[in-house]
Design a binder for this molecule. Structure first.
Ligand code: ATP
Ligand code: MG
Length: 401
C-alpha cells in the first residue's frame, strides 16, 4: 500500500500562543520550499492540523526531506478517509495495520474524536476498530499496556486519519522565526555543527569563510561550499560570504610577533564578521568554539579575541566534548566532508609556540603596526557572496567518479 497523506506534528510545548501563528506560517513555507521538487504535493493546514497530500509523489523521498526540517516534532504516513462510514474506517484500519513491516504481534487502537458529530464515541471506536482487526487477522493480539503498534484513529472535521507509524523529526523551531546570525564557517568539524545547532533554534544563518588563496587551495574553498550545501538542506538555502584573507595574513606574519599571530588573525576575523553582520542584517555571530579544545580556545583567548567587537556571540558547542560534536556531525551529514584533508587558513600559519593565554594589552600592541581599519574595510568590500542551494550529495559523488 502506498500512503497518500502525511500528518505532521509540530510545536514545542512551551511555545507561547502569540508566537504560534508565525511559527506555523514559517513552517508551512519551509516545508513547501523543501518539497519544491515535488510539485504535486500539497501542504494543507486546517482545523489546527498540518498535513501533506502527496497526490502521487513518492512517500519515501519526501520522508527524507521532512526529517530535516526544523520545527517538525514527528510525522506519520497516514491514510485519510473522506468518508465517515464505520465499515470503511474498519476496512482501512485493517489495511494500514497489515502494511506495518515487520508484522507486529500486538496492537491497540487509540481514537481521538474532535469531530463530535461522528456518532461513535472514542472508547467505542477503539473496540469497533480493534475487534474488526482481531477478527480479520490470525496472529495479532491486543496489548493495551505495551503494544508493538498503536493504531491511531483521528476523527476530524475534514476526514478520518489513520496511522500506525511515527517518524521522529528534528524538533527545534522553524528556520526564520528567530532572526539571523553570521556563522563563521571553516572547513572543520565544529563550525558546521555549530551552524546546525543555531539553525535548530529557528535562526537563519549566513556563512562567513576566510580564504587565503593561494596559501589555501581551491579545494579548501570548495569544501566549505559543500558544507554550506549540506547545511542548506536544513534551512532551504543560505548565503555564503567568502572573505579574501591572504593580504591580512601576510601582513600579520610580516609585522606581528609570531606567538600572537593566531590571536591577531582571529581578532581580524571577528571585526570582519561583525561588519558583514551589520551589512546583512544579522544580530549575532556563531562559531564552533568549544572551551579548552585547542590552544586558541581558552577563556583568556576568547576574551582577547572577542574584545574587538560588540555583537553577541553564539557558541553552541562551548560545553561539548569532541565525541559529542563528532556524533552530531555524523548524524547531520557534514562529517565526511569535514574530514577531507584540505587545509584551511589557520592550519597554514600555525606558529611554533602560540600563546595559550594571550593578554589583551599585548595583542593590542602587537597589531599596532597594522592599518587595521583599512585592512578590514578592504576585505569586507572584496568579499564574494554566493547563494548556496541544497545539494544532492549523490550527484556530487558522481562528479568524482
Ligand atoms: P572547526 O572545526 O569549526 O574548524 P576548530 O576546532 O578547528 O573549529 P579553531 O580553528 O580554533 O577551531 O576555530 C574556531 C572557530 O573559528 C571555528 O569553529 C570557526 O567558527 C571559526 N573559524 C576558524 N577558521 C575559520 C575560517 N577560515 N573561516 C571562517 N571561520 C573560521
Ligand atoms: Mg578548524
Amino acid at each position: 500500500m502506498h500512503y497518500e497523506h502525511i500528518l505532521i506534528r509540530y510545536g514545542e510545548l512551551a511555545l507561547k500562543k502569540k508566537n504560534r501563528g508565525d511559527f506555523e506560517k514559517v513552517l508551512v513555507k519551509n516545508i513547501k520550499k523543501a518539497l519544491q521538487a515535488y510539485p504535486k504535493a500539497q501542504v494543507i493546514r486546517t482545523y489546527g492540523r498540518l498535513y501533506i497530500a502527496l497526490n502521487g509523489e513518492p512517500y519515501q523521498e519526501i520522508e527524507g526531506k521532512l526529517e530535516k526540517i526544523f520545527g517538525i516534532h514527528s510525522f506519520s504516513p497516514t491514510r485519510l478517509l473522506q468518508s465517515f462510514n464505520l465499515e470503511e474506517i474498519q476496512q482501512a484500519a485493517l489495511e494500514v495495520i497489515k502494511d506495518v513491516d515487520p508484522m507486529p504481534r500486538t496492537f491497540k487502537v487509540q481514537t481521538k474524536r474532535p469531530n463530535k458529530q461522528f456518532p461513535h464515541r472514542s472508547m467505542d471506536m477503539n473496540h469497533l476498530v480493534g475487534g474488526f482487526i482481531l477478527k480479520n487477522t490470525e496472529e495479532l493480539k491486543v496489548d493495551v499496556h505495551n503494544p508493538d503498534v498503536v493504531m491511531q484513529v483521528e476523527i476530524r472535521q475534514d476526514g478520518v486519519f489513520l496511522s500506525c507509524k511515527t517518524v521522529a523529526g528534528n524538533g527545534g523551531l522553524p528556520v526564520g522565526t528567530g532572526g539571523k546570525a553570521m556563522l563563521m564557517l571553516s572547513g572543520g568539524i565544529d563550525s558546521p555543527v555549530a551552524g546546525w545547532m543555531t539553525m535548530k533554534r529557528g535562526v537563519r544563518i549566513e556563512g562567513v569563510h576566510f580564504h587565503s588563496y593561494p596559501f589555501t587551495s581551491e579545494q579548501a574553498k570548495q569544501k566549505v561550499i559543500d558544507l554550506a550545501g549540506i547545511l542548506s538542506e536544513y534551512s532551504g538555502s543560505m548565503k555564503l560570504h567568502i572573505v579574501p584573507f591572504t593580504e591580512i595574513q601576510t601582513k600579520i606574519r610580516e609585522f606581528c610577533p609570531e606567538s600572537y599571530t593566531i590571536t591577531i588573525m582571529r581578532r581580524f576575523m571577528m571585526r570582519i564578521s561583525e561588519k558583514l553582520a551589520e551589512k546583512h542584517g544579522a544580530l549575532a555571530i556563531a562559531t564552533g568554539e568549544s572551551l579548552g579544545q585547542v590552544a586558541s580556545q581558552t577563556m583568556e583567548s576568547m576574551y582577547t579575541i572577542n574584545h574587538v567587537i560588540q555583537t553577541p556571540m553564539i557558541r553552541p558547542l562551548i560545553a561539548m566534548d569532541k565525541t559529542e560534536i563528532v556524533n552530531i556531525s555524523k548524524k547531520i551529514g557534514t562529517y565526511e566532508t569535514s574530514i577531507l584533508p584540505y587545509e584551511d587558513c589557520c592550519t597554514i600559519f600555525v606558529p611554533k609556540s602560540p600563546v595559550t593565554r594571550p593578554k589583551l594589552e599585548i595583542a593590542e600592541k602587537a597589531e599596532a603596526k597594522l592599518d587595521v581599519e583599512n585592512l578590514v574595510n578592504w576585505a569586507v568590500e572584496n568579499t564574494e557572496s554566493i547563494w548556496i542551494e541544497p545539494q544532492q550529495i549523490e550527484e556530487e559523488f558522481d562528479l568524482f567518479n
